[in-house]
Write a protein that binds this ligand. Sequence first.
Ligand code: ZN
Length: 381
Amino acid sequence: MRAFMLTVFVVYVVVSLTWSSFGAAGTTGTLYKVYADSLNVRSEPAKGAEVVGKLNSGDLVRVTKEAHGWMNVTNEHVTGWVAGYYLKKVSGAAVQTAAVTTASGGSKPSAAAAVSSRTSATVTANTLRVRSGPGLGYRVVTGVKKGDLLIVLESRDGWLKIRTGADEEGWVAADFVTLGSTSAGLAVTTASLTGGASSGSLRGKTIVVDPGHGGSDPGMIGTTYETVEKEINLSTSMYLAEELRARGAKVVMTRTSDNGKPSLAERAGLASASGASAFVSIHYNSSPKNTSGTLTFYYSEDKDEQLARAIETRLSKADTGIKSNGIAYGDYHVLRENAVPSALVELGFLTNERDEAQARTTSYQRKAAAAIADGLQDYWQ
Ligand SMILES: [Zn+2]
């Protein structure tokens, strides 16, 4: 009986790996792994809800929906809600390997469909070669390092076409990256970029995008889900860079890795050194009170306020799920010592449970990035 149960379980895992890698619609969901022992599964997405089961470290579950940082999970024993922080998506590379070994015929959908385009990926190898094509035979065009965040453009035969933060394109072996940012439980959605503006409208502009904090400085740690600010600053900034490049702008990032930590003077200095037209710093906020919402800061009324207002106007109109608290004066080094029009955007409070749950999602970060790009575009029109 025990052997039989084990066989059933193994078959189940293989089948669910295959299903999720093919992106099958509807009830199959996305495969996640549990990273906590004795994790309570609850009847509703709320702390006080009835406990209907438990999960242990290493358990695989399928996630069908998310609500405020909670995830609806299913496995062979239980269905219910768990705090999303304790789950990590099974990496696309691992899923794809499983799919390749189980799908022998040519009639099934391509494993490439498993990786949606425009997701982010984090490099897990110490150094990783970026090649001109999807195979070891192609020449090396550049290199990336552990912790670097990449944008995934395409997937083919275990290789991913990526763009680096320095706007270099090429192919990397999928086994050496994990999909999604390094934030735990961050779901990668298949939504395409939301920018509605016509492309090319930022042609000729160079924009410095500054993901706040980095390296030994994590920034704020979220009070409910322990979201690390430096990580979501970086992923949000990468989405912003994508939005701006799609509109024809040249983008210079002050850092492209979680390990990087340029000084404040280096960040501000990059604007004039690169001949930039504008500078935008991305942060998430904290407060001892239970404050919620975004805030867009400027330093100079002459140089910066109009840019901050343009960004805030778009953030307040965008349907991101976090309200705008308007613009404010802020005596920040990266604004004060900056030669070009500059704004610092705080995209929600990691001390507020609702804001934090929202801020962790890829969909929020993308919507906010699109709104900021719209604001930059308005600024020059
Ligand atoms: Zn910050």
